[in-house]
Design a protein around this ligand. Structure first.
Ligand code: HEC
Length: 102
């Protein structure tokens, strides 16, 4: 009985931690949704990338590379204009959000 109770406490405690970790939807997310889809999980074309569950550090470095004009070729032109409008704080917020999406 004691063991079962302890297990339950653990389940509640860990779900509370996950809920606290889930970042709020960034205010610029609707711009990204237009191409990358809801939660970044359903891009509008098969040659557009999914963003959900991607590593936060990778998302940050990609967005900064587009913004700086260092990431070119392929479909990068579609992203450069998007990234130029983002501040470092926007990038941080969007990267944390997409990294946390399933
Ligand atoms: C007009 C359509 C469009 C919009 C709007 C758009 N993206 Fe993209 N995004 C793309 C395409 C296409 C690529 C692939 C570019 C390439 O080949 O480098 C891409 C690539 C990316 C990548 C790199 C993914 C990887 O796996 O390397 C990130 C990160 C990203 N977009 C984030 C965003 C964020 C955040 C927003 C909103 C601020 C956004 N995008 C808005 C079309 C778009």
């Amino acid at each position: 009985m004691k063991k079962a109770f302890f297990g339950l406490v653990l389940v509640f405690a860990s779900s509370a931690v996950f809920a606290a970790d889930a970042p709020a939807t960034p205010k610029k997310e609707p711009l990204c949704r237009a191409c990358h889809g809801p939660n970044g999980a359903a891009p509008i074309a098969p040659n557009y990338p999914k963003l959900n569950g991607q590593n936060k550090e990778y998302l940050i470095s990609s967005l900064k590379a587009y913004k700086a004009g260092d990431r070119k070729g392929g479909l990068a032109a579609a992203m450069v204009g998007q990234a130029k409008g983002l501040t470092d704080a926007d990038i941080e917020e969007l990267a944390a959000y997409y990294a946390a999406q399933k």
